[in-house]
Each structure stands twice: as structure tokens, then as C-alpha cells.
Write a protein that binds this ligand. Structure first.
Ligand code: PHE
Length: 335
């Protein structure tokens, strides 16, 4: 009796091992372990044995049943792992690899916010080239060649007459050449100066503003700029106008904003003054109007240039301008 079951086992294991497919393995499983299978029959027949042989034969048969079941399982796994479908298998329970979502650069975000505010006040958006002629960048703005005012801006010269624009003010001239007054535009964009430290990068961003027409006064300039900082920051952020000089505006002013960090008490950010310079502005110089053919007896207007990096730094509490352009993910991801 024992011999027979051992033989059955050996024969079954040999067949299992040589099974070539899932189907043939199933057939072998039915042949041995199915309801009418050889091992099943054998187990049934144990009851017909003399009672003293029964326990041993039963034990043996169950042991062999387990051995075969294990062999079936292992072979089924092996056949599966060799099958083509195993290689297309996607384990849906694994955590996914997510794509890094992109986002707008903080300078782009703030530029858009600034534009939105001025659009609400009725301004149009204008654009001009970054590679600019000496005429538009300087001469039309009342800065003649060899005039000491050129030293205010460390210029990148492409050739004798071509520069990387040092400010967005040339867009004023380009707009006025094309449009008759009244004109109400802002011009955001990149500007370039040969300058590099914590507060200066060789490329930075400005928004130029220009409002020209009959009866436009310094009061309008103050109103528009005050409204702008109130909307950009809050109503408590007041402005301070300091007399200054730009060749293309007269009178000219440098405009400071109450320090958003210390609210005027004095801190590291505002160098203990309580104020932070954010823009240059003034009434458009008659020489500029003459260059674009406007009638200086009828037309007045103001212009301003806002430093976008400065506004962004104050808005987000960033202390080093260079961080904007190093493209460090740890920095950029925060916006
Ligand atoms: N263009 C000036 C600068 O970059 C700023 C400015 C613009 C001043 C318009 C007055 C009017 O420094």
C-alpha cells in the first residue's frame, strides 16, 4: 500500500515538473487531486483497509497530498512568471511616481498682479524690444551721447548704437510715436544693467507707466501710484515722494513705500529708515514730447518705472534678488 502511494507521488511530481502550460498543469491537478483523482481515490479507499493499517496509510496519503499541492502551486507560479502576461503586469498597489507640477515664476506672478491692477484703472499693456537702439534708450529720452546722466545706468552695449535696454522707458517713446494723446499704458518687461550684488542682477524687471493727455498733473500721478500700492499691499501702506532727477521727467521723484516688515519703525530690510524705495517717477519732460511730435502747449503727462523684483521681495519677504534667477527648485517650489 505504502509503495503504491509513493509511486503515485513520484509519477505525479515528474508530470508536474514537465508540464508546459497552465492548462496541462490543470489537467494533471485534476488527474491526481480532482474529485475522482488518483490521490483522492486512494484516500477514499483507506476505509477499506484493515483497521491497524488505516492510521499510517491516512497520514502518509495526506502528507503526499500536501507535497503535490505545493508542487502544483510552485509550478503554476513558475509558468506564470515565464508567460508574456506576467511582464505587462502593473502593480496598482504601488505608490505612483507623480510628475512634478510646474508653476509660474514669482516674478511672472507679481508682474501679472501689477498689470491686473493697472488694467482695472484703465491702462493698456504695451511692449517694446529688449535689444534697443541708442536713440530710444537714451537720446529720445533727453539723454544725449556723452551726457553725464548716462552714468546713472551701467549699459551693455551690443554695438556703438545698439544696447540692451537699461530701462522700460524707451517703450514710452515708441508708444507716443504711434499713438496720439490721450495715452494710458504700462509696459512690463526685462531690462539689463552691468551690475551684480545682493540687490542687483544684470537682468531684472520693470513696469513702465505712462499717462499723457490734457490736464494731467502730478496729483494724478500721486493718486494712481497710491491706489496701486493700496491694492498691491494694503491701505495702510503709504507713499513718500522725494525730489530726484531723471533727464526725461521734470519734476522727478523717487517714491518710497512704508516698510511692510516694520510698518515704519525701522528694521534690517529698510536699513532702519522705515521706508523702501520702489519706483522712479515724474512729469514727462517737454523735450521728450517734442521728440515724438506732441504739442507741449497742450499736453502734459506723467511716467513712472516700478522695480518688479523689489515689489516681489516685499510681497514674499525675500532678502536676496539673486535667488530669483538661480533656478533652485527648493526656492521656486514655494510659489
Ligand atoms: N527709467 C527710470 C529708471 O529705470 C525710472 C523712471 C521711469 C523714472 C519713468 C521716471 C519716469 O531708473
Amino acid at each position: 500500500m505504502e509503495n503504491t502511494i509513493d509511486q503515485i507521488c513520484t509519477e505525479a511530481l515528474r508530470e508536474i515538473e514537465t508540464a508546459k502550460s497552465k492548462d496541462s498543469l490543470n489537467a494533471i491537478s485534476v488527474k491526481y487531486l480532482g474529485r475522482k483523482g488518483i490521490v483522492t481515490q486512494f484516500l477514499r479507499n483507506i476505509s477499506k483497509l484493515p483497521s491497524e493499517e488505516r492510521p499510517k496509510a491516512g497520514e502518509k496519503a495526506n502528507e503526499i497530498k500536501k507535497i503535490l499541492e505545493k508542487a502544483f502551486e510552485e509550478t503554476a507560479n513558475r509558468l506564470y512568471s515565464q508567460s508574456p502576461e506576467a511582464h505587462d503586469f502593473v502593480d496598482v498597489s504601488l505608490p505612483g511616481r507623480s510628475a512634478l507640477p510646474g508653476s509660474l515664476h514669482p516674478i511672472t506672478q507679481i508682474t501679472r498682479q501689477i498689470c491686473d491692477i493697472f488694467i482695472r484703472m484703465g491702462f493698456d499693456i504695451a511692449e517694446g524690444p529688449e535689444i534697443e537702439s541708442d536713440y530710444y534708450n537714451f537720446e529720445a529720452l533727453n539723454i544725449p551721447k556723452y551726457h553725464p546722466a548716462r552714468d546713472m545706468q551701467d549699459t551693455f552695449y551690443v554695438s556703438d548704437n545698439i544696447v540692451l535696454r537699461t530701462h522700460t522707458s524707451p517703450v514710452q517713446v515708441r508708444v507716443m510715436e504711434k499713438c496720439k494723446p490721450p495715452v494710458k499704458v504700462i509696459a512690463p518687461g526685462k531690462v539689463y544693467r552691468s551690475d551684480s550684488d545682493i540687490t542687483h542682477t544684470p537682468m531684472f524687471h520693470q513696469v513702465e507707466g505712462l499717462m499723457v493727455g490734457e490736464n494731467i498733473s502730478f496729483g494724478n500721478l500721486k493718486g494712481i501710484l497710491t491706489n496701486f500700492v493700496h491694492l498691491m499691499f494694503d491701505e495702510k501702506t503709504s507713499l513718500r515722494f522725494r525730489p530726484s532727477f531723471f533727464p526725461f521727467t521734470e519734476p522727478s521723484a523717487e517714491v518710497d513705500m512704508l516698510c511692510v516688515m516694520c510698518r515704519g519703525n525701522g528694521c534690517r530690510i529698510c536699513s532702519q529708515t522705515g521706508w523702501i524705495e520702489v519706483l522712479g517717477a515724474g512729469m514727462v519732460h517737454p523735450a521728450v514730447f517734442e521728440n515724438v511730435g506732441y504739442d507741449t502747449t497742450k499736453i502734459t503727462g506723467f511716467a513712472f518705472g516700478i522695480g518688479i523684483e523689489r515689489i516681489t521681495m516685499l510681497k514674499y519677504g525675500i532678502d536676496d534678488t539673486r535667488k530669483f534667477f538661480e533656478n533652485d527648485f527648493r526656492f521656486l517650489r514655494q510659489f
